[in-house]
Each structure stands twice: as C-alpha cells, then as structure tokens.
Design a protein around this ligand. Structure first.
Ligand code: ZN
Ligand code: ZN
Ligand code: FE
Length: 751
C-alpha cells in the first residue's frame, strides 16, 4: 500500500480492522510503503479491504493497493511488526493534523484526563512542526522534553487504545503547558484561568501574540475597527489582508459564500486558510473593514488547535483576526524569548507554551477555482507530503525564486517541497531559508548531486546555490520553470504550448519577462510571442508604484498628448512627476523594458483609481479582480503582430472612463480582453504547431476570473488545458519546474 500511510495512525488502524474481521498476519512499515500480510477467509479479507478504503484515519491517503495471493501460512495472531526504518529511504513525514473530534470530546469531558489543551491522538496533532529527525519517534521530536507519565505510557503501549504509538500524546500531568504573559505577570495555571483572561483581553479590544503549531499568531477581535487598526500598526504592515478564524462554519456562512468544495477544504484536517467571496449584504455585527479593504475576498479558516476551540468557548466575538506573528517581511516567530523581547511592549498579552517548534510553518492558503483546490501558499497541513512525478529527480536540489520562495529536493521520483519560506529580501528570511535547506537535506537524507536555480544572477536563491561547491548547476529561465512545474504535477513530458503570465522574471534577452507564449518541453523552449515591451520607469519602484506604469502605458498609447486628458487619475499626480517620468522614458534612464502581465494590470488598476502606490504585492491586480461582479462578454480591442500590444486597449479604457462607464464594467472588459488575447494567441500557435495541450501557469492564474474563463474558452475549442493544483501557480511553485528541467537535462546528458 502506498500513499500517506505512515505517521497517521495507519498501522494501529489496520491492526484493529484485522482483529475485527478475525484475520491473522502482520502489518509493517517499509521503505516506501506499508505491507500487510493477511490470513483468513475470502469474504473476511474482502470486507477488510472494503473497510480499509472507507474507514481509514482521516489524514491517511491510500494511493495504491497491490494485492497478491501467497502460499497459505499460519499466524497465531495479527501483529504490528517492527519497521526496519533506519534506511535512507524512509521519507514520508506526515504534515500536521488538526485536532480530531474524538480528542475534542475528550477535552470537553471534565472527568477525563485528556481535558487538556494539548490533547492529540494517533489520528491527529502536531507532526512535521515538531520532528527533528527520523524515524518518527518521540525522542526525535520536540516532545522529547516531556517524559510520559505512567497513565499516558500505558495508553501509548496499548494497541487497542486511540493513542497507541501517538508520539506527541501527553496529559496535563506530563505534557507541555500554556503560559500567559500579562505585562509583568506570568500566569501558568490553571488553564481555564488563562483562557478566561485571554478571552477578556480579546473582548476588550486587546492584541495578543499566541503561539500555535508552526509559529506565533497575532490575534484580535475581527469586528473591532480599532483593534484591527492597532494590530496593523503593531505588524507594521499597511494594507495586506488579514486572515480571520471563525468559530464555526455556520457563523462563517453569514459573512462569505461557501460552496460545497470550499466547505470541504475549510473542514479538512489540513485546515488551510480558504479565500472566499464576501457576502454582498451586511450583517450585524459587521467585520472590520480594515481586514481586507477594497477586496471582495476574505481569507478564512476554522479552529484547528485544541486552544482555538477553548478560546471560542469563552470569547464573545465569533471571529478573530489571526495573522502570522512577525513584523512585515520577517519569518513567522517560533521562539519564546524572541517573542517576549520583540512583542511585550506592543501587545496586550502573550500566550506562549513550552513545546518547541522545530520546523517553522505558516498557515497554508488555498482558493477553489473550477471546483478544484488551488494552493496559493503551500505550508502547514500540506508540507512535507511529497509530490509524485515520473521523473528521476534523485539528488536534485532546486532553490526556487526570489519572492514567495519555496525550494524542493528530489528523492527517487518524489519531490519534497519546503514549507513557504517567504521573500528572500530580509536577513532573517535568508537565514531561515539556508537553515531549512540544511534541515531538509539532513531530515530526508538527501545528498545533492545536481542544483537547479533561476537564471537571475542577483537572486539570493541563486547566490545560495553557489555556496554548494563542486556540484553542477542548471540555470532555468523563470517562466520555463513555471510551465515545467505545471507539466510535472500533471505528469506531462512532451512538447506543449506554455502560457506563463506573471509579474517579473529574468529573460534571455536581458529584459524583464512576464507574458510568455512558449512551445516547450521539459528540456527547452522557444518563445513564440509575448506582450509588447513597455518601459518601467524607475525599475523595481515601478512594480511598487502602479501610477508609474499607468504613465508609461499612456505615453506609449497617446504620446505626450495624454497629459491633456481629463482623467481623475492624472489630477492625483503632480505634473512635475509625470514630466520626470516622460523624460526618463525618452532618455532611457532607469527604464528597463518589461512584458510582465502584472505591470499591465497595475497600470489599469491605477487608471481606475484603485491603487497608485501598492501596500502589498499584487495589490493593484487583486483590487481589479475584486471589481468584477458578474460575467459580461464585452471586450476591448488589442493589437496583434509580432507581439501582442495593448495601446488600443488603453485608449478604449480611457474612452470609457471619460464617457463615465462604471469601473466595474471596465474591469470586466479588461479581464475579457486578456482572456481573449490568450485564447487567440494560443489558437494561432496551435495552427502553426499542431500542438493541442496548453499549460497555464504564473501568478496571474491565481486570478479566478482569468483562470476560469480562459480555460473554459480553450476547452470549448477542444484544447486540453492543464493548470496547477498541487503547487502554487505563483513563484512558490517554481522550484518544481527548476527541478524537472534539471532532471531532464541530466537524462539527456546536458549537464
Ligand atoms: Zn485526535
Ligand atoms: Zn501524561
Ligand atoms: Fe513568476
């Protein structure tokens, strides 16, 4: 049996099932699978197999079952055989699992020893975040500091107990404890007093730092504008949306629309943050506007730790903001001392505990598009489950991109992805990156023999790779890596049409790419066409200040005369600033050329008055997408030729703005224009090449309207469309593509 069948309570489950059906034999973990030997009657074995599929522990995922008839053998009982688990091949580590209902029932029962805030069992609880080394045993986790009491040990050793071999199992007598810091006061027990005080603090509009599973969270009442504003200033983060944790799914449904698939993701044991559409009507009390202002999306999750459940029993608000506990651009905090020294003066209380976090892990973020779960950030609950490929990935270490970094390592045909690392810009994140690479290589017993990096010479990730001496390096073009990532998760290894739309990536010609139409395979690519280049006045600054791109596009579409246009947007900008930009463009001073789709979206967002200076990455494009209310078929014209140009589109938008057309309509028409431009281009490439498989990748395809409508249009015209689901379409998925390209080049003896 292969799949996620180790570290999730699978063997005890098999044991109990075998006993139930009077079967004898054994179960054993081996290098790459779980083996079961069964002796019994045929109907009993068939019943066993049926129950195996339907009753397996919630976090287990059986991918393949191979059945074999063997020579009959007599076994006295059914047993769990010791695993020969010191070999280098044991790689499967379970992600962290949200607390299960049975444990919550234990916790709610006053008479139960497990009325305890760190309750867990064989089927639930911390995993990856506490694992220091393999094999997965308590003394190789951060639970090592907590020797089991006699009662816990007895359960741990009792095969019919729910906590048989539950490595993190503990009780109030022997396990970790929460501690509350209220200014000078440190309060350790009783737990219900801590929860009461925390609840009071939140109800009174206070800000808290709470230690969780993979890191700390900052929390406050989600209905209080004052508290949310205060939290924003503590975090030193201007506009980036906050995630909200709701008491339960029914409360949540009053604030956001929840489809069946969205509900499934919300309630899954992985408990990701799910991006949902806010409800149009206001309901009392209203969520603070400061949570995600200007966006129609809300990042939402449900309680996943016993502590969250305890808290919601006591607090009045039915939702709290729960955002990563760190200052902007730093990794999520895990260390108690750092938390105390950095946050004591900024928050009203700190809720810490004495179980160490070994693997720092943020909350994951998903969005359901076309009925499928799409990862925006792959972290807690997903990492480190491997991604299966058909490539020989062994020994390849792929370093990822610069922003939203994840790296990955290859082992056999499996790819093990790191948790979300973040933007490799601050020192703290870079240290986290380097440490995690070292940890992964050690934990998963990989000795790298081939490195894969982005072509960008200045990326921290590229530079980090150079510190690994004497190992060959494969450089992979950013957008080729996007397409290769999507191909790999879809098990494609042939020539395809690749469409990679994003903000920024280093191009072969030294320009900034970001709208690539490739004919490519895993090994190489031909860039068939792209969006027309436009100057990016100020370089990187233009990505942070969308108004600069608006000026650039206007100047290109109208020449100088755009300054005479009666546009509210232009009145917001001092004329001298516009003049400076024009001069920079004319003289080609600090004006790199870009074909990045993100910059076009930025420009349009600026023209519509949505965002002149971005307070977080992709703010303009996100606000633009949020304007779309319903489907409309209207589009703007665009220019075709050797490249795809948008001068006509920009003029169409300006005409509409001057004519007083609603900006919601303009945003929709603009999105339709992009969808049609993609479709027309891909169609032309099909005519020339005969290729029918289209890969859609890059951050732009996190946009639901773009992904849904483009795929629909393509499928209606008999294209086979492939999109991301296992790794993000943003730069967080790029490492998979780098690794696939390196694997292919090695296979072709090109390295
Ligand atoms: Zn449990
Ligand atoms: Zn105990
Ligand atoms: Fe990208």
């Amino acid at each position: 049996m292969t799949g996620l069948v180790q570290g999730v309570g699978f063997r005890p489950f098999v044991y109990r099932l075998a006993s139930k059906f009077n079967l004898t034999g054994w179960v054993q973990n081996t290098n790459e699978n779980v083996q079961i030997r069964l002796s019994g009657t045929k109907p009993e074995i068939e019943n066993f197999l049926k129950s195996l599929e339907t009753e397996a522990p919630s976090a287990a995922k059986i991918e393949k079952v191979i059945l074999e008839d063997l020579q009959p053998e007599q076994f006295p009982t059914f047993s769990i055989r010791k695993s020969d688990d010191v070999s280098d091949h044991i790689t499967e580590i379970s992600p962290d699992i949200a607390v299960c209902q049975e444990c919550l029932d234990d916790m709610a029962d006053d008479g139960n020893r497990r009325n305890y805030a760190f309750v867990n069992c064989t089927n639930c609880g911390p995993r990856f975040t506490i694992i220091r080394d393999l094999p997965y045993d308590r003394d190789k986790t951060t639970m090592q500091d907590f020797p089991m009491c006699a009662a816990c040990r007895q359960e741990y050793e009792n095969i019919s107990d729910r906590r048989f071999h539950a490595q993190p199992a503990a009780c109030a007598a022997c396990g970790p404890q929460y501690e509350l810091y209220l200014k000078e006061n440190r309060i350790i027990e009783p737990m219900n007093r801590i929860v009461d005080l925390v609840a009071k603090c939140i109800t009174d509009g206070g800000i808290l730092l709470i230690k969780g599973l993979g890191g700390m969270h900052l929390a406050c009442d989600a209905f209080s504008d004052i508290a949310v504003e205060k939290l924003r200033s503590v975090k030193r983060r201007d506009g980036k949306p906050f995630a909200v944790m709701f008491r339960d799914v029914d409360t949540l449904k009053q604030y956001a629309t929840v489809s069946a698939q969205e509900e499934q993701s919300l309630l899954s044991w992985r408990r990701p943050i799910v991006l949902l559409k806010k409800n149009d009507h206001d309901i009392q009390p209203t969520l603070s506007k400061g949570i995600s202002s200007g966006l129609n999306l809300l990042g939402v999750m449900l309680p996943y730790l016993p502590f969250h459940h305890l808290l919601f029993q006591q607090i009045k608000p039915s939702a709290i903001v729960l955002t990563s506990g760190n200052f902007s651009n730093e990794p999520i905090l895990i260390d108690n001392q750092e938390a105390l020294s950095q946050f004591t003066d900024h928050v009203d209380a700190l809720v810490l505990h004495n179980r160490d976090i070994f693997n720092r892990t943020d909350d994951s973020v998903v969005r359901i598009i076309e009925g499928k779960e799409r990862l925006m950030r792959r972290s807690r609950g997903y990492v480190p489950s491997p991604i299966r490929t058909k490539l020989d990935t062994d020994g390849i270490l792929a370093f990822g991109a610069e922003l939203t970094n994840c790296f990955c390592i290859g082992k056999g045909q499996n790819v093990i992805f790191s948790q979300h690392i973040g933007d490799l810009q601050g020192l703290a994140t870079t240290v986290f990156y380097e440490e995690t690479i070292a940890q992964f290589l050690r934990l998963f017993r990989v000795k790298p023999s081939l490195l894969a990096v982005d072509m960008h010479p200045e990326y921290i990730s590229t530079k980090t790779a150079l510190t690994f001496c004497d190992i060959p390096v494969v450089q992979v073009q950013h957008h080729h890596a996007h397409i290769a990532a999507c191909m790999t998760e879809n098990h494609l290894d042939e020539q395809v049409i690749g469409v990679a739309l994003d903000g920024t990536g280093y191009g072969d010609d030294g320009n900034i790419w970001g709208s690539e139409f490739f004919l490519c395979d895993l090994n190489t690519y031909t860039r068939i066409t792209h969006f027309e280049y436009v100057p990016m006045p100020g370089g990187d600054l233009a990505a942070e200040e969308p108004w600069r791109m608006a000026v650039s596009f206007l100047y290109k579409a109208y020449g100088r005369s755009f300054t005479n246009l009666k546009l509210p947007f232009l009145q917001e900008i001092e004329p001298e600033k516009t003049e400076t930009l024009i001069r920079m463009i004319d003289r080609k001073i600090n004006c790199p050329l870009t074909s990045g789709t993100g910059r076009l979206f930025d420009a349009v967002a600026s023209l519509l008055g949505l965002c002149q200076v971005a307070s977080f990455q992709a703010e303009g494009p996100m606000r633009l997408e949020s304007l779309i209310q319903k489907y409309s078929g209207d589009i703007y014209n665009f220019d075709t030729g050797e490249t795809i140009g948008f001068d006509t589109t920009i003029r169409g938008i300006i005409d509409d703005l001057i004519a007083g057309v609603e900006i919601t309509m303009i945003a929709t028409k603009f999105h339709n224009t992009i969808n049609t431009a993609i479709f027309d281009t891909v169609n032309t490439i099909r005519k020339q090449s005969g290729k029918n498989k289209v890969i859609l990748s890059g951050g732009v395809f996190q946009n639901k309207y773009i992904l849904e409508k483009t795929s629909m249009l393509l499928r209606k015209n008999n294209f086979e469309v492939y999109t991301h689901s296992a790794v993000p379409s943003n730069d967080g998925g790029i490492a998979l593509g780098q690794l696939a390209v390196a694997s292919k080049r090695r296979e072709n003896k090109c390295v």
